[in-house]
Design a protein. Structure first.
Length: 101
């Protein structure tokens, strides 16, 4: 389960459906805490059931480094990482996550 830390996920249900987040903490085998630095700040991450998330094979490396040192990443680090990953997805032809473009 610790391999989920700093993994990029996409919400499959709820008001945040279709948004990208980063897993900042694994609570147990069923729940994780997610944040994106914008809608959900690192100071107030969202508790989400893992079944309601689409786990990708992408990792936010800068976030993983911070979490590995025992520090919380800053919100701008989360936003920058997700923006870079979303741009890479768009350039590889997978389209936008939010259905835009």
């Amino acid at each position: 389960m610790s391999d989920l830390l700093a993994r990029v996920v996409i919400s499959k249900s709820g008001r945040d459906q279709g948004r990208m987040f980063v897993i900042v903490k694994v609570v147990n085998e069923r729940f994780v805490l997610i944040a994106d630095g914008d809608l959900r700040k690192i100071e107030n991450p969202k508790l989400k059931n893992i079944r309601h998330l689409q786990v990708t094979n992408m990792r936010a490396e800068e976030v993983a480094e911070c979490l590995g040192r025992g520090e919380l990443p800053a919100n701008h680090v989360l936003k920058k990482s997700l923006k870079r990953i979303q741009e890479a997805r768009y350039q590889t032809g997978r389209g936008s996550v939010n259905g835009e473009g």
